[in-house]
Design a protein. Structure first.
Ligand code: DC
Length: 228
């Protein structure tokens, strides 16, 4: 067994709006673990492609670019700061456009392969909380804790709608719901690493749970799995 494999990994997967980003960051911070926001890597790639004029279906060019991007997550896990070539792109990658672009580039096998080792390199002592779609199935299949957070598409659309309203941004519930369904469909039906729970994942439906109740449930799962 290589030394990296002895570093504990908590894989938290699920669709967007399930609360996994918030929960994963919270757990990393509470445990003092490193944090991998794998969705940010696909979002950054979509942004870089847009800036360099690379088509979002040009698999070869995108795979080549994924290998050379200078990406850094400089601050502690509670912060959402992301640097691309030294520039703070934290806000840019959170746009709806970058999210939709990320979902498209993430469907390309060559891109996923090119980002695989990059993601595994985040596994450093004392441990890692990894947030994504395929953390438990593909990137860290040997993770000691695998959690799949989900919620109904209507509830996830409602959360997104409220988030946008709180930020004073325009929001249309029906449009958001349609986007969520389209993205779920693309993420779940792609041939490589589709969005689905690992066989040994604990599935938590957060439709009826607020963030604190979800965090409590996730803490219990982590405690039981890390120290059985
Ligand atoms: O979690 P997010 O919304 O930031 O992810 C953006 C897109 O990236 C999402 O539509 C699916 C894709 N993604 C993926 O395919 N695999 C991951 N591990 C993380 C994200």
């Amino acid at each position: 067994m290589s030394s990296a494999c002895s570093v504990p990994v908590i894989a938290i997967d699920g669709p967007s709006g399930s609360g996994k980003g918030t929960i994963a960051r919270m757990m990393a911070s509470e445990l003092g673990f490193h944090f991998l926001d794998s969705g940010a890597l696909y979002r950054i790639l979509a942004l870089a492609a847009q800036r360099r004029g690379i088509a979002l279906d040009d698999e070869q060019a995108l795979a080549a670019v994924s290998g050379e991007l200078d990406i850094r997550f400089p601050a502690d896990s509670a912060s959402e700061q992301v640097l691309l070539d030294g520039e703070d792109v934290s806000r840019d990658i959170r746009s709806e456009e970058a999210g939709a672009g990320a979902s498209r580039v993430a469907a390309l096998p060559g891109v996923r392969q090119a980002l695989l080792e990059r993601q595994r390199a985040f596994r450093q002592p004392p441990g890692l909380v990894a947030d994504g779609r395929d953390m438990g199935t593909v990137v860290f299949p040997d993770a000691g804790v695998k959690i799949f957070l989900t919620a109904s598409s209507e509830e996830r659309a409602r959360r997104r709608y409220n988030q946008l309203k709180e930020k004073g941004l325009p929001a249309d519930y029906d449009e958001i719901l349609a986007d969520i369904r389209a993205r779920d469909e693309r993420d779940s039906s792609r041939s490589v690493a589709p969005l689905k729970p690992a066989r040994d994942a604990v599935v938590v439906d957060t439709t009826e749970l607020d963030i604190e109740a979800t965090a409590q449930r996730v803490r219990e799962i982590i405690k039981n799995r890390l120290n059985p």
